[in-house]
Ligand binder design. Structure first.
Ligand code: TXA
Ligand code: MG
Length: 330
């Protein structure tokens, strides 16, 4: 593969997808690397373009619950309630596959992940196609998720033929992945729908520790990472004696640290608004990584609402794992 084209022509995307090609498409969460879910050849191309091991399952995207029903044995009541409330939107449900879709999607597991995106372009693509699409985030395995077409291009240029440009993603963080045990939701990946939102609808919710009998295979410890080493601190104000001013990039929430050059700092939200911070999060990571400094220091976000998912991403992005506020200068 040589050329990767970025354009907003939806017809080109549809034609390529029909022909088993891989196309990056915008969704409301992050850009997805889409391919025909009914074609093993097309699905394998996604794993290859991403450099992702086949053991990490992909999410199947459709535009309706009826279509999901045709690929599963049944939908638990709790899943129906969540789909009703949050779909189309940033929720992914794990359901028992009926075996119609190729097992390469989920590495032959019993459960298959489904999501109905709300982005009008993604929905329009899905409406025009007679098959569902697999779509992991459109980045190389373990690197930073993309929230605009340029982010995708940086990572996948030459590896995919087409990026359907739909501007910046509104939400900017992946969907929440939810499984079900005894008809109660279990969160496998924190995401854009908060635990509290799910609790409000479902009454109770468990968090999958990823250590039990049914871990989420894609939730590897080290993930979502910039190539610049990233450290997480409690308060960005107190780091001047630990990190060198000229060679450190800062991920800020509500406050800058004026002992460091402002051009090396990205403000997630000056008003400490977690929705705004979420929208800016991956953009900030891409920006700070491109500065090519010695390290990035990120301030931990308040551990409430969307802050829980953002802190989860920070922890996985941190270097070295587990996240430590390692001093760079002494
Ligand atoms: O917002 C999103 O979910 C984006 C957009 C493009 O839709 N997609 C996305 O896909 O983030 P991906 O492949 O980067 O992450 C999907 C995660 C996997 O890492 C894994 O943790 C979980 O969903 N997952 C998928 N299928 C699963 C399964 N059968 N069992 C358990 N976990 C699964
Ligand atoms: Mg991903």
């Amino acid at each position: 593969m040589n050329t990767t084209i970025i354009k907003s022509d939806i017809d080109i995307a549809i034609e390529l997808l029909r022909n088993d090609e891989v196309v990056a498409i915008p969704t409301e969460t992050v850009y997805g690397l889409a391919a025909k879910a009914t074609s093993e050849t097309a699905v394998k191309k996604v794993f290859e373009a991403k450099g992702r091991p086949l053991t990490n399952p992909l999410i199947v995207h459709t535009n309706s619950v009826e279509k999901i029903e045709s690929f599963v044995q049944y939908i638990p009541e709790a899943a129906k309630v969540l789909l009703e409330k949050f779909s189309p939107g940033p929720i992914t449900v794990l359901l028992p596959t009926n075996g119609i879709l190729p097992s390469v999607i989920n590495n032959g597991k019993k459960l298959l992940a489904f999501r109905i995106p709300s982005h009008p372009i993604a929905l329009s693509v899905l409406e025009q196609l007679p098959f569902p699409l697999v779509a992991p985030s459109a980045n190389r395995f373990t690197s930073i998720s993309p929230t605009n077409a340029w982010h995708v291009f940086k990572d996948l240029e030459g590896r995919i033929p087409y990026i359907l440009n739909g501007g910046s993603c509104d939400i900017g963080l992946e969907s929440t992945v939810v499984g079900f045990e005894n008809n109660a939701p279990v969160i496998y990946r924190q995401g854009a729908i908060t635990t509290q939102q799910i609790k409000d609808v479902a009454g109770e919710v468990k968090i999958n520790s990823n250590k039990g009998s049914q871990p989420s295979p894609g939730m590897t410890a080290h993930h979502y990472s910039p190539s610049t080493p990233l450290y997480v601190v409690d308060n960005i104000k107190n780091i001047a004696s630990t990190y060198e001013a000229e060679t450190t990039a800062l991920l800020c929430f509500g406050q800058y640290n004026y002992k460091f050059p402002v051009a090396h700092q990205f403000m997630l939200s000056v008003e400490r608004n977690l929705l705004e911070a979420t929208r800016n999060f991956y953009k900030a990571m891409h920006y700070l990584d491109e500065l090519n400094l010695k390290c990035i220091v990120a301030e931990k976000l308040p551990n409430i609402g969307l802050g829980i998912a953002l802190n989860d991403r920070l922890k996985r992005a941190a270097h070295p794992f587990p996240s430590l506020a390692e001093p760079v200068i002494q």
